[in-house]
Design a protein around this ligand. Structure first.
Ligand SMILES: Nc1nc2c(ncn2[C@@H]2O[C@H](COP(=O)(O)OP(=O)(O)O)[C@@H](O)[C@H]2O)c(=O)[nH]1
Ligand SMILES: [Mg+2]
Length: 350
């Protein structure tokens, strides 16, 4: 994750640091004096002394290094609003190109400008301030297993929703595996009755994981499948019911009404939106719409393993005010990473 973004941010930070460039001033040809014939770093103050020392008849052009006239070294004392705006303009493009949502970019601008504008140039640490600004957008999730184990809900019901292909079914299998590893029993509800293949796909996972699957015929009422699974879990003292649902676009009224009905009937303890990390702003908009419709508990972003940009992971919590619970990092059952904002920030390399 962040392959592209990390590099761009690194460039932005180093470009805007006080740098040095080579300027040409006359100096001596005396080869014996290494200190004079070699390019040397000198400060603007020392420069005048240097010029006196090199006043010799056969002077030739030789480079010396002086501070570069970058945004941070125009010999200004403070970072003005205007300078900040220039500086941020470039960062804004980088962030938008890497899938950070517009309103999240605005939030980063607001939290960056506070500590930077009016601050002495020399004291500005762009990387640290940017890291802090991004960190403030992220939410660490509560402990998933503890939440389930400490709940009075028996069984504990988790509903998964999202658009087609976002990774719901695969993630349900991963979560079932994770719950099993933590000594919680699981059953799966095949409430994606839209496609026969979807029921079969979940059935294959149920067999591999050795967990019960509750299903009805293709085309059956998905809410009824969920209801039956809960009944089964109660009867068999199963700890957790994971409800798979059909993919639906957030702008389909009928299908959004359907997921609302499933949620009404099954009364989930957790409602999880499955988003594809790589789809960027689309995933953020979808999460927002699903949150408005059913009120999400949290988000799982799949395909983080193939996301070079990473902006969705930085935006989705800020836009919905809901935590990312896990990141999907591959197609195996083990490829489910508990979301940890410190770990994510570390990957940004700031
Ligand atoms: N690389 C990668 N692929 C994933 C991940 N999660 C799901 N997939 C793949 O995405 C495709 C769609 O997943 P599926 O679970 O069927 O999505 P659904 O339509 O939402 O149920 C499948 O080919 C999965 O193997 C992930 O975290 N990383
Ligand atoms: Mg599916």
């Amino acid at each position: 994750m962040f392959g592209k973004l990390k590099e761009k941010l690194k460039n932005w930070v180093s470009k805007n640091k006080e740098e040095e460039i080579v300027e040409t001033v006359p100096t001596t040809t005396n080869k014996k004096s290494k200190s004079v014939s070699k390019p040397k770093k000198i400060s603007p103050k020392k420069e005048s002394k240097k010029k006196v020392a090199i006043e010799e008849p056969k002077a030739k052009e030789e480079p010396i290094i002086t501070p570069k006239k970058s945004i941070f070294s125009k010999f200004q004392k403070t970072l003005t609003q205007e300078k900040f705006d220039n500086l941020f303009q470039e960062l804004q493009i980088i962030l938008l190109q890497n899938n950070v949502a517009y309103e999240t970019v605005e939030a980063i601008e607001a939290s960056l400008s506070k500590p930077l504008v009016g601050k002495p140039m020399k004291k500005v640490n762009l990387a640290t301030e940017l890291k802090t600004a991004i960190e403030s957008l992220l939410i660490n999730p509560p402990n998933f297993i503890n939440q389930i184990k400490s709940s009075d809900s028996k069984p504990y019901i988790i509903l998964f929703a999202g658009i087609n292909g976002s990774g719901k079914t695969t993630t349900i299998a991963k979560v079932a595996h994770y719950l099993q590893k933590n000594k919680l029993s699981v059953c799966l509800a095949a409430a994606d009755t839209f496609r026969a293949a979807a029921i079969q796909q979940l059935e294959e996972h149920a067999q591999k994981l050795n967990v019960p699957l509750i299903k009805k015929d293709y085309g059956a009422d998905p809410a009824a499948v969920g209801f039956d699974a809960i009944k089964y879990a109660k009867k068999n003292k199963i700890d957790v019911v994971l409800i798979d649902t059909a993919g639906r676009m957030q702008n389909s009224d009928t299908l959004m009404k359907e997921i609302e009905k499933i949620a009404r009937v099954t009364k989930p303890d957790m409602k999880i939106f499955l988003g594809e990390s790589i789809t960027g702003n689309d995933a953020t908009l979808q999460a927002k719409a699903f949150n408005d419709s059913i009120g999400l508990t949290g988000i799982i972003l799949s395909k983080a393993d193939i996301d070079e940009k990473g902006g969705t992971a930085l935006s989705v919590s800020h836009v919905t005010n809901k935590p990312i619970l896990f990141l999907g990092t591959g197609q195996d059952y083990k490829d489910l990473e508990i979301f940890d904002k410190e770990k994510l920030i570390e990957k940004l390399g700031l």
